[in-house]
Each structure stands twice: as structure tokens, then as C-alpha cells.
Design a protein around this ligand. Structure first.
Ligand code: PGA
Length: 253
């Protein structure tokens, strides 16, 4: 694990975008794992800007998103399908046939999870997985008490997640209770992982991910066991981390 601490939300996005762009320059047909939420927006904006200014080419890139709400059609503005189009895909030259998200409308969620896993494997696995983190240290929608061995599966959202996500809805009653999410195993099989976090409300989750026990109570703590993971934080999200951590290089930018 390594940590990059930046001085702003924009610079967190810039650092993350540099890593994603580097991945694509080195391997134009990269398979990216992508996240939704407010955290990665500055990264997507920066990547779109690099595409526009110097032609960063997404034409060979394949993407798999972490999750989708169950019962949410792609054209619903609250869906993660819609979010990705709005914030990223419509600004770059990715091919629609290379874009994958779990189908929240699937009748058989178990079969959908299996289909998604097979698709990822058929594309050669995920080269670089982008993650956010929940206030409860979830990654994807893998909530506390997760089974570390799970692949893409149906999840019941935590009350804390429902409250956090209610800011995107009229009220918390409208937040879906279930989602389909890549599992911890899916995430851990990615070649490289970057986890982004900004804001003071993520500081405890970041502390647990980096310094806490590896436990299903804090799903992101499993990343301590990943062979290549970088945490890209702003100062607020890094506020509870000690100045130095044995075995974890920290770069301040
Ligand atoms: P956020 O969500 O980026 O909207 O804070 C992150 C997450 O819940 O994983």
C-alpha cells in the first residue's frame, strides 16, 4: 500500500487521472474498473480534459463499473448507468460496446452476477480498479460484515449508506435498498487498485482501511493485503493518519 496526500479535491482527481492516463498510455486496451459517487468526479473531469487537449485515446479501453442499484433502469437519472454517461462516457471516445455495468433490472440477480464475472474474465481481468470509500469503509457496495470471498452479488445497503446517498434523492425513502455489486474478491483480483477519498467525513474510514485490523467490519481494510494499491487522499480524508506508517510510503503533494 502507498498513500498520496494532496492539498485539494481537484488535485486528488488530478493525481488519480494521471495514474489512469498512465495505465492507458502503457496499455491502450486496458480494462478499467470504475466507481460512481461524488468522489471520482474531479478525476473524470480531468481525464475528459486530457482526452480533449492531448487526445488521450479511450477507443480500445473497456470499463466495468462496480455497482448498480437493483430496480434502476439505465435511463433513470439516479442510476449509475446514467451517472457514468453524464460525468464521463459522453465526454470521451469510449465505444459503447466496451462499457459494462451490472444490470440492475435483471430478473435473476445471481445469474447476472455470474454473467458479469464471466465478462470480466473474458476481457482478461481488470488492470486498474478505481474505488471510493463509504463512511462505513465500504468499497463498491460491500457493506460491513461482507464476505471477503464474494464475487458480483446482490447486497442490502447499510442504513448509513442509505442516509449518505439520500443526498442524491428527494428523501431517504427513495434510495433503493438493494444493489448489485462487484464483490471483494472481484476487486482484489484487479492488477492495480486506486482508492480515492476526500473530506473529513471519510477520515475514520480511511484510518480503518490503512491502520485498522483486516476485518469484514471495515471492508476496505482488505486492501492492506492487495499487492498494488494506492490511496489518493485530500488532507481532510488523511487527517487521522499518523505522520508515518511502517511499510506504507506516504507522498505529500
Ligand atoms: P461518495 O461515495 O463518493 O459519493 O462519497 C463513495 C462511496 O460510497 O463509495
Amino acid at each position: 500500500m502507498r498513500i498520496i496526500i494532496t492539498d485539494s479535491y481537484e488535485n486528488m482527481g488530478l493525481e488519480a487521472a494521471n495514474i489512469v492516463a498512465g495505465q492507458i498510455y502503457l496499455k491502450p486496451d486496458s480494462v478499467l474498473g470504475l466507481a460512481t459517487g461524488s468522489t471520482p468526479v474531479s478525476m473524470y473531469q480531468r481525464l475528459a480534459a486530457v482526452h480533449k487537449s492531448v487526445g488521450l485515446d479511450f477507443s480500445e479501453v473497456t470499463t466495468f463499473n462496480l455497482d448498480e442499484y437493483i430496480g434502476m433502469a439505465p435511463e433513470n437519472p439516479q442510476s449509475y448507468h446514467y451517472f457514468m454517461q453524464e460525468y464521463f462516457f459522453r465526454h470521451i471516445n469510449i465505444r459503447p460496446e466496451n462499457v459494462f455495468l451490472p444490470d440492475g433490472m435483471a430478473d435473476d440477480v445471481v445469474a447476472e452476477g455470474n454473467r458479469y464475472e464471466k465478462l470480466i474474465a473474458a476481457k482478461g481481468g481488470i488492470d486498474l480498479q478505481v474505488l471510493g470509500i463509504g463512511q462505513n469503509a465500504h468499497i463498491g457496495f460491500n457493506e460491513p460484515d461482507v464476505k471477503f470471498a464474494a464475487t458480483t452479488h446482490k447486497v442490502e445497503l447499510d442504513e448509513e449508506t442509505i442516509q449518505a446517498n439520500s443526498r442524491f434523492f428527494k428523501n431517504s425513502d427513495e434510495v433503493p435498498r438493494y444493489a448489485i455489486s462487484m464483490g471483494i474478491k472481484t476487486i482484489m483480483m484487479a492488477e492495480h487498485v486506486i482508492l480515492l477519498a476526500n473530506g473529513r467525513n471519510k477520515a475514520e474510514a480511511v484510518y480503518k482501511a490503512v491502520c485498522g485490523d483486516v476485518t469484514p467490519e471495515a471492508p476496505a481494510s482488505i486492501l492492506q493485503l492487495h499487492r498494488d494499491v494506492a490511496l489518493i487522499l485530500d488532507r481532510e480524508a488523511a487527517a487521522l493518519l499518523p505522520a508515518s506508517i511502517p511499510g506504507v510510503p506516504i507522498r505529500r503533494k
